[in-house]
Design a protein around this ligand. Structure first.
Ligand SMILES: Nc1ncnc2c1ncn2[C@@H]1O[C@H](COP(=O)(O)OP(=O)(O)O)[C@@H](O)[C@H]1O
Ligand SMILES: [Mg+2]
Length: 340
């Protein structure tokens, strides 16, 4: 339960161990700035999410944090080691699951894992032990001698994560790990990553799925056009944009909007429900109950609505809710540029 400890000591004002740090990270492609002066710290044991629309600069950020791309300006540190100065030390402690698959489809799952082990200087004996264990954990042991070409997308993604873990890294980077996967595989991978984090692995994950960031991450950074627009826990991000508290109520028989306005002027009707906007949901709730008693209405359902991470995302990125919906539907084809 490292995350919880991390939180508690944060509250106590103690020094936390920094696992990942970006200091003014900037990447320019010619005149175009893909990532602009990014500063952030991810603490040991944390599950950190970098959330942003397509083209925001997520992959470029991961590449700079893992030493795959040289920043134009600024620096990246892993466990206090500067990536550019100590690339080998850094390589030993990080695992990377790239956006574009790094699996060799002509090789079997087993061969892919042993190949990854060689890249990370894992001894043969240890590699065999780890490969067996990882294949079992990822539900691929039975298929270990099958070529990856015959694997489903979800299986390939699991194999890619297993390969990134062959040298037992303390920090794992995942670039859009569930993008393009079906519901079952997505759930499966989220569970696997959650478990890894619970076992103490620091996770840095990028995503354009708002609910994924909301449900998995201890803290979320929202990136837009290469710049960090906000960074906090999902709940604090929601509080930050404030205001939009409301009570949703469904009544029988269905009253008119005018009748509901006795409680508040700020009320809308959606379907068979009413949404009453309020600063104080508890006060509004008791007024609604009183009104229902007086009028003889039956309360079918009632709940308090708080701002969602989507509201925050929309506000900070300037995207409309329709844009957000559209982005959720975008599924990169997942075809590897070079290998798949
Ligand atoms: N090698 C490159 N050359 C030129 N532009 C690039 C290159 N890589 C990425 N970009 C641009 O940088 C921006 C950020 O890209 P990327 O980091 O891949 O975004 P994300 O992963 O958030 O979708 C995009 O506009 C993209 O087109
Ligand atoms: Mg990307």
């Amino acid at each position: 339960m490292q995350n919880k400890n991390a939180r508690e000591s944060e509250n106590a004002g103690e020094e936390l161990k920094v696992a990942i740090e970006a200091r003014g990270l900037t990447k320019q492609y010619g005149e175009f700035t893909a990532v602009n002066g990014l500063n952030l710290k991810v603490f040991d044991g944390e599950f950190f999410g970098l959330l942003g629309p397509n083209g925001a600069g997520k992959t470029t950020t991961v590449k700079m944090l893992t030493g795959l791309t040289k920043p134009t300006k600024g620096e990246a540190l892993i466990m206090d080691a500067n990536i550019m100065e100590r690339p080998l030390d850094v390589k030993r402690v990080i695992g990377v699951v790239p956006e574009v698959s790094n699996i060799y489809v002509e090789m079997t799952a087993w061969e892919n894992l042993l190949f990854a082990a060689e890249l990370y200087d894992v001894s043969r004996g240890e590699a065999i032990e780890r490969a067996k264990m990882l294949l079992e954990v990822f539900g691929l042991y039975e298929r270990r001698n099958d070529k990856a070409a015959n694997f489903s997308k979800g299986m390939r993604r699991r194999l890619a994560i297993a390969m990134a873990l062959i040298h037992s890294p303390k920090v794992l980077f995942l670039d859009e790990p569930t993008s393009g996967l079906d519901v079952q595989s997505t759930r499966n991978i989220r569970e696997v990553v959650r478990r890894l984090n619970r076992d103490g692995v620091t996770v840095f994950m990028t995503t354009h799925f708002i609910d994924e960031a909301d449900n998995l991450c201890d803290r979320v950074g929202i990136i837009n056009r290469g710049q960090l627009a906000a960074l906090d826990t999902p709940e604090r991000l929601k509080q930050m944009i404030g205001g939009k508290l409301s009570v949703e109520i469904s009544l029988q028989p269905i009253p008119s909007l005018e009748e509901l306005k006795e409680v508040s002027s700020d009320v809308t009707k959606t379907g068979d429900k009413f949404i009453v906007y309020t600063e104080s949901p508890s006060t509004t709730l008791s007024e609604l109950v009183k009104l229902a008693n007086v009028k003889g209405w039956r309360i079918i359902s009632v709940r308090t609505l708080t701002p969602s991470l989507e509201d925050v995302f929309v506000k900070l990125t300037g995207l409309t809710a329709v844009d957000v919906e559209r982005l959720e539907l975008i599924r990169p084809s997942g075809k590897g540029r070079s290998r798949e």
